[in-house]
Design a protein around this ligand. Structure first.
Ligand SMILES: Nc1nc2c(ncn2[C@@H]2O[C@H](COP(=O)(O)OP(=O)(O)O)[C@@H](O)[C@H]2O)c(=O)[nH]1
Ligand SMILES: [Mg+2]
Length: 358
């Protein structure tokens, strides 16, 4: 991995990792190739970027077959505030949780491998939704070959474990390792922290983080533009069968991470009401409402963004043309005074009301 990459390249890489739209991803890849220093140490990466450019170009150029193209097979087009993948060993209760949280009719079975294709569903939280994607299991013995691809578009993961099964620790370790080998990192690093070093979030029992294991994604991998980092929430499912918090602690110690963890039960609903809020805070989702001059704001349907996004990003969500011709905005909420005039680059805060002037 190159250590002497330029700031320009880093910027292009960050943009690529954030981009969800295939056309946008393609232009980011080209920019990465353009800005990557060309020497022996980057040959491998250059080749890989070129391959990705070729693949994506072909994919975008290929004629539509059997209806609209939605990207590579088995990916779910993102919707809602964020896409969140349910991952974990077989039979841990991923589909049961999906059904309970989204009202989907995910297939549930007392035997492994009931789920074969990704199933999207929407989890409501206040006035927004998260897209939850139910997925087949990841275990030592098996992982669908398209799994890494499907996870590339996710923003976060819910790692579902069943502490009542023998071999749970080994299974969870296998899930992580399997994904890791395909450049998917289930990381305990969220955008926002849940409070310093706490195993349990919100009301539950705190535990100090081990400074050795609480570390972020390891070393060189951070430089790999094609590695997906999914901030992960550990759901210790089947709490109705009884969960000793020390078991979660022991599990995390053994696998060497410190995920925020919540005991839940798909059967009784225990703990499920906390998930939406944790995702909202952990991903630092920001809601913006819009208004037309002289009219009350539209408070029914917020636009959802991420912390740091700007007035311009809101305009892009409203319409490409609005973004292109945007002059300024007036802000109610986080502004110093109501209706303050701000520029395109003004960062948006949760709950802001914007009047876009194009
Ligand atoms: N007691 C109990 N059983 C559960 C719970 N969640 C799921 N199960 C059972 O665990 C088995 C596997 O569930 P499923 O959702 O298909 O797991 P998946 O393979 O991870 O999708 C089924 O028999 C479910 O009824 C729970 O919270 N409590
Ligand atoms: Mg399932």
């Amino acid at each position: 991995m190159p250590t002497n990459v330029t700031a320009e390249y880093k910027k292009a890489k960050a943009a690529f990792q954030k981009a969800r739209d295939p056309n946008e991803r393609l232009s980011c890849l080209k920019e990465m190739l353009r800005t990557l220093p060309k020497h022996k140490g980057t040959e491998h990466l250059q080749a890989e970027i070129k391959t990705r450019i070729k693949e994506l170009t072909e994919e975008l150029a290929s004629p539509r077959k059997k209806g609209a193209r939605t990207g590579p097979a088995h990916t779910v087009p993102p919707e809602g505030a964020a896409q969140v993948a349910l991952v974990g060993p077989p039979n841990s209760g991923k589909s049961s949780l999906h059904a309970k949280l989204t009202g989907s009719h995910a297939e549930i079975g007392p035997y492994p491998h009931t789920t074969h294709v990704p199933l999207p569903g929407m989890l409501p939280f206040e006035d927004i939704h998260f897209q939850l994607v139910d997925l087949p299991p990841v275990s030592t013995s098996f992982m669908e070959p398209w799994m890494p691809n499907a996870l590339q578009l996710a923003n976060a993961a819910l790692l579902v474990v069943d502490l009542s099964t023998p071999g749970c620790v080994e299974n969870v370790a296998a899930t992580r390792e399997r994904l890791d080998s395909k450049r998917i990192s289930l990381t305990d690093q969220w955008v926002a922290s849940f409070g310093e070093g706490y195993l349990y979030t919100d009301d539950a029992k705190p535990r100090p983080t081990d400074p050795d294991t609480g570390a972020g994604p390891d070393g060189d991998d951070e430089d790999d533009p094609f590695r997906t980092f999914l901030p992960t929430l550990l759901l210790a499912n089947k709490s109705d069968l009884g969960i000793d918090p020390a078991e979660i602690e022991a599990l995390e110690e053994l696998i060497g991470v410190c995920y925020p963890a919540v005991p839940v039960s798909a059967k009784t609903g225990d703990g499920l009401d906390r998930i939406g809020r944790l995702l909202f805070h952990g991903l630092r989702i920001v809601r913006a409402y819009t208004k037309v001059p002289g009219r009350p704001p539209d408070m029914d349907r917020p636009y959802t963004l991420l912390h740091g996004d700007t007035v311009y990003d809101v305009a892009r969500l409203v319409h490409r043309d609005v973004a292109d011709s945007l002059k300024f905005a007036r802000v109610w909420g986080s502004a110093r005074f109501d209706g303050q005039q701000v520029g395109k680059d003004h960062p948006v805060c949760d709950g802001d009301i914007l009047e876009l002037h194009a």
